[in-house]
Design a protein around this ligand. Structure first.
Ligand code: ZN
Length: 361
């Protein structure tokens, strides 16, 4: 019988985990002003561009954040160090800055704000703690500028992946985005797809829902559509060295999608001859998932079954999704997570997912 570990804080700090999803609050206009040139400072002021938050992702809404992040003044590196990096004993943490720049229609403004956001991340966060890493914020609306941003940051290995949202303008498999993947793969970036929508389309397949809770549940539809698109359009075949990380996606919906797509592919693969192996095999090779929130049953035996259904010990990446509230205290390890997989889960899988990630042993 497999030994199962309880999610004790002492266990976590002993493990020296790599946290693959941590969120700084989205920067405001005032935060980005020092990183914009004269033209864009004038533009964002005269056009009154400020609230850079996505409505599906209200980082400043108290109920969505842990009380220890909300409490007191300042939400910078000192607080992150005090509340997360030190008490959780993290070896390093990847910052995902999910902001409204993804949803801006003006592709030139989006490019300028992405560049400023990355400068802000480097200066205000990465420079201030050697354990911090970040996802590169790029203008998916403007692939040429996105490629330029990837080239500009390629020398800074603290940026380990390129960030996209689960629900954008087009499915991420479309060739419009391939120049971004070509540059990302060439420089060893993973493609991170985080929960969130640009609201070009309704979050549900039947139209706009009324409540935020519906939006959150529908996020898994967005992730599913992206996985199907990346497989069918041939992105996973064309860019075999670029891992795709589904961030804050939940995990329990994926095994069913893998079975269904592999079955339908058998009957219809003449249409997509570049997909030469069952989609489930491609997904196991190249898709990774962060494990907070972990939407599995509380029963450890059932959790083990979901991991069996994924049938890939290297697919799950440890994450706290701090400061979001998914667990109490520092019980970030899913209850009953199999001990045989712990080393891979908290560190080895992240190191093989992010070729740019350099951490101390
Ligand atoms: Zn997250």
């Amino acid at each position: 019988m497999e030994t199962l570990v309880a999610p004790r804080p002492a266990t976590l700090s002993r493990l020296g985990a790599i946290d693959c999803d941590v969120h700084p609050d989205a920067p405001r206009r005032a935060d980005l002003m020092p990183y914009l040139d004269d033209y864009w400072r004038e533009m964002v002021t005269s056009r009154d561009v400020d609230l850079l938050e996505l409505t599906s992702y209200p980082t400043r809404t108290p109920p969505f954040n842990r009380p220890d992040w909300q409490a007191g003044e300042g939400k910078g590196v000192d607080k992150l160090r005090r509340n997360l990096l030190d008490p959780f004993g993290l070896r390093c943490a990847v910052l995902n800055c999910v902001t409204g720049v993804h949803a801006i229609y003006d592709p030139y403004l989006a490019a300028a704000l992405c560049c400023a956001t990355n400068d802000w991340l480097a200066t205000e966060w990465l420079d201030r703690d050697p354990r911090l890493r970040a996802s590169l914020v790029v203008p998916l609306q403007n692939p040429q500028a996105a490629v330029e941003e990837i080239e500009r940051r390629a020398g800074d290995k603290r940026f380990v992946q390129v960030l996209a949202l689960a629900m954008g303008e087009m499915p991420l498999g479309r060739r419009f985005y391939w120049p971004i993947y070509e540059a990302a793969e060439r420089h060893g970036f993973a493609l991170g797809i985080h929960a969130g929508s640009t609201y070009r389309h309704a979050p549900s397949q039947s139209g706009f829902p009324s409540h935020l809770v519906e939006d959150h549940v529908h996020q898994s539809q967005g992730f599913a559509a992206q996985v199907v698109s990346l497989v069918a359009e041939g992105v996973l075949v064309k860019f075999p060295n670029m891992k795709v990380v589904l961030i804050e996606s939940g995990v329990s919906w994926l095994p069913g999608l893998m079975w269904r797509m592999s079955k339908d592919w058998r009957g219809a693969r003449i249409e997509i001859p570049w997909v030469k192996e069952p989609p489930a095999a491609l997904i196991r090779k190249q898709i990774r998932m962060t494990a907070q929130p972990f939407d599995a049953p509380l029963d450890p035996a059932e959790l083990e079954r979901i991991i069996e259904h994924l049938d890939a010990d290297d697919m799950l990446l440890f994450a706290t999704d701090y400061p979001h509230r998914h667990f109490d205290g520092d019980a970030a390890l899913p209850a009953g997570f199999p001990e045989r997989l712990l080393d891979r889960f908290v560190g080895e899988n992240a190191l093989s997912t992010y070729p740019r990630l350099e951490v101390l042993p």
